[in-house]
Design a binder for this molecule. Structure first.
Ligand code: IDC
Length: 335
């Protein structure tokens, strides 16, 4: 969060002066971390607000799929994310298919629970991302989602820092199907954890319908019947130009929006970066106070994975030497 950076940077500098080296730097004092400063978040108007009712913009990173890149989410990398990157939020991406949750629900639930604890220890918000992708109908995984979210919401209900993202990227389904999924699942979460923010994916890979020829109107005209929710929008700057940007801009005036995934490259998460277009999105999100997490905090070979290949074998994670160009760019903008 921009307004707190000076204070946090000063505190980190003071810590460094005392201890001498970055490696010895202690975690930021509790009063200087995003969660201690802002407490329980809620949706107020079209934005997120802190426990005093002041608008906040969270900025941070999404993990890659935990079934593939959990080695990039460890004590040292999370310290770097919280202290060096100064991230407010970690999105914990748990795929359901492709070797994810459906293969071993207990193992993946435990992993997510542990990462929520790690984010909490570091004073970051945590988004629990139900990373459904293929099949694109979220109802396919409804029973699994009920089981999973009951467990994680029960476990974390007393924490101030957990947000629940219930459908990463629906595709090939009407908005009405996504809405009905959300209206089945949200009460299940609320039963355990009544006051947390829930993030709802939108049609066509969370493009508010644009990638399938629709737009935000279908949501504006027929919103999910629940309080304290936001809708998600995902973009990849080298693939998604003005039509997408304008849709996000219009939508943000009528719907609470959270960009839980974006890349500076193509929708494949790979290829050349379009930093100019990405900056236009970032400017819009700053102007309209839209929170965001970037894809992704791993050392996958693709250009959108922030670390160079092999970084997660042993680190180190702070600084920029081990970052790809997209990583250098986004690290500067997270803090
Ligand atoms: C990509 C991963 C890649 C994986 C693929 C399919 O980077 O390793 O093989 O998913 O699971 C999304 C998705 C996100 C994608 C990402 C980049 O939410 O899972 O990750 N992307 O393609 N939506 C648009 C882009």
């Amino acid at each position: 969060m921009r307004w707190q950076n000076c204070v946090r940077a000063a505190a980190v500098a003071a810590t460094l002066l005392v201890t001498g080296t970055a490696a010895q730097a202690a975690a930021p004092a509790p009063e200087l971390n995003p969660v201690a400063e802002n407490g329980v978040l809620s949706v107020c108007g079209m934005t997120l607000c802190n426990s005093s009712g002041a608008p906040v913009q969270l900025r941070g990173m999404s993990t890659h799929g935990l079934q593939w890149y959990s080695q990039c989410v460890n004590d040292a990398s999370l310290d770097a994310l919280a202290q060096d990157w100064q991230a407010d939020v970690l999105r914990i991406s748990m795929y359901i298919q492709e070797g994810g949750y459906e293969e071993d629900p207990a193992k993946f639930t435990e992993m997510v629970n542990n990462y929520v604890e790690e984010a909490t220890e570091r004073g970051m918000y945590a988004i629990i991302d139900w990373h459904m992708l293929d099949p694109g109908d979220p109802n396919y995984n409804l029973e699994r989602a009920k089981t999973f979210f009951t467990e994680v919401a029960q476990r974390h209900k007393d924490k101030p820092n957990v947000l629940y993202e219930i459908a990463n990227e629906p595709s090939g389904v009407e908005w009405s199907e996504i809405k009905s999924y959300a209206e089945e699942l949200i009460p299940v979460i609320r039963e355990q954890d009544p006051d947390s923010v829930v993030l709802v994916g939108t049609r066509a890979w969370s493009s508010l319908g644009v990638s399938e020829g629709a737009d935000e109107k279908e949501v504006v005209d027929n919103p999910v019947n629940a309080d304290n929710i936001m809708y998600t929008f995902h973009f990849y700057a080298a693939s998604h130009g003005d039509e997408y940007l304008n849709t996000l801009s219009r939508a943000a005036d009528e719907l609470p929006m959270f960009v839980t995934e974006f890349g500076t490259q193509e929708a494949s998460g790979d290829g050349g970066n379009d930093f100019d277009m990405a900056q236009r999105y970032l400017d819009l999100m700053a102007e309209k106070n839209i929170s965001w997490t970037n894809w992704n905090y791993s050392d996958d070979s693709r250009s959108g994975a922030v670390f160079k290949e092999g970084t997660c074998d042993a680190g180190p994670y702070p600084g920029t030497d081990q970052l790809k160009p997209a990583g250098v760019w986004v690290r500067e903008r997270v803090g």
